[in-house]
Design a protein around this ligand. Structure first.
Ligand SMILES: CC(C)(COP(=O)(O)OP(=O)(O)OC[C@H]1O[C@@H](n2cnc3c(N)ncnc32)[C@H](O)[C@@H]1OP(=O)(O)O)[C@@H](O)C(=O)NCCC(=O)NCCS
Length: 312
């Protein structure tokens, strides 16, 4: 069976699933990747298995397990769910030779187009949970009418003087999000978050925004403009991409329109920069962020499935 044949069939299938998905390319098998394949009747499946490790002092480590095993999936033919089932069985055999059993710092991760629903049951049967979503909002999308913003809330650029407040809000966000499977709070997170925010705040025009009421900071939004988002370009069929890195509202001020005001401001900034779409990551099980973002005009584009530990 040919990887190219599966890639062509997969691309044809995906083209009908979601107009905002980029056309998938055949896998390029580099040195530290393993190509897996499976066949069930006329159905073929290909998977590119990779593993990456981060130290706890890496700023990216907040968002994941320190060791992450990933599988990119391509499915072609009449029964993609059966193809995925067989491919996951192959990957499980592979993982059992390389992953540390029972280690919560070792995860198995599969990103799948959210609207390519074939194989969802099989993912669940293999012990994966849908943990994260990359959500997309096309420019000019209307949001549902939200709450009336608390009078007096003003949104301004953050400055280096806001570092302490920004760190406080960001840590509140990370601790809340850590309940939902992906974000991992480890000792030293305060310094990591502080270092990253200081780096952003020291830029000439930091894309860090503060919502304040009568001089008291209640909320924070961090944006990445289209010239900084090449890292996520492969996830969406758009050329100018805005990325909303973080939005946090102090616990005492939630449900009062502060988040809506910050999101509206962020969308205005992205519109002015000519972004075609805005992307963000959100935790599926976060009962605040999931409904909030969907009311702001976002919808799921990619679903991040995770099994953690990767091997029990
Ligand atoms: C998610 C979060 C940023 C939203 O900010 P927020 O200031 O609480 O949101 P808002 O008040 O602007 O909007 C939500 C409120 O709008 C109101 N609302 C929603 N739709 C509405 C509508 N159509 N008409 C009128 N009011 C509406 C509701 O009162 C809702 O509050 P409720 O869910 O408690 O009932 C905030 O809850 C938060 O910081 N959560 C923890 C951290 C987090 O999850 N961040 C996101 C990570 S991706």
């Amino acid at each position: 069976m040919h990887n190219d044949v599966t890639a062509t069939g997969h691309a044809a299938r995906i083209a009908t699933v979601d107009a905002l998905l980029p056309a998938p390319l055949p896998f390029e098998v580099h040195d530290d990747a393993t190509l897996l394949s499976a066949q069930v009747g006329d159905t073929t499946a290909a998977g590119l298995a990779t593993s990456t490790e981060l130290g706890p002092d890496s700023s990216q480590s907040i968002w994941r397990a320190l060791t992450e095993h990933r599988l990119e999936v391509q499915l072609a033919g009449p029964d993609p769910a059966a193809g995925l089932d067989a491919l996951l069985t192959r990957w499980d055999e592979h993982l059992s030779t390389i992953a540390r059993p029972g280690d919560p710092e070792c995860s198995a991760v599969v990103s799948r187009p959210s609207r390519d629903t074939a194989g969802v049951t099989e993912m669940l049967r293999h012990g994966f949970a849908p943990v994260g979503v990359i959500a997309v909002r096309p420019a000019q999308r209307m949001a549902a009418s939200g709450p009336t913003t608390t009078p007096g809330v003003c949104i301004r650029h953050a400055t280096p003087d806001d570092l302490e407040t920004a760190v406080h809000l960001m840590l509140e966000l990370q601790r809340y999000d850590a309940q939902f499977g992906r974000v991992t709070v480890r000792p030293g997170i305060d310094e990591l978050v502080g270092k990253e925010l200081l780096r952003l705040l020291e830029r000439p025009e930091p894309q860090v925004w503060i919502a304040e009421l009568y001089g008291q900071a209640l909320g924070l939004a961090v944006l990445q403009m289209p010239d900084e988002t090449a890292w996520i370009q492969h996830r969406v069929a758009a050329s100018r991409i805005g990325y909303l890195s973080s939005l946090a509202v102090a616990e005492a001020a939630r449900s009062a329109g502060v988040g809506t005001a910050l999101a509206a401001h962020a969308h205005q900034v992205f519109d002015e920069a000519g972004a075609d779409v805005v992307l963000l990551h959100t935790a599926v099980l976060n009962p605040r962020s999931t409904p909030f973002w969907y009311a702001q005009g976002y919808r799921p584009l990619w679903t991040g499935w995770q099994r953690r530990p990767a091997v029990r």
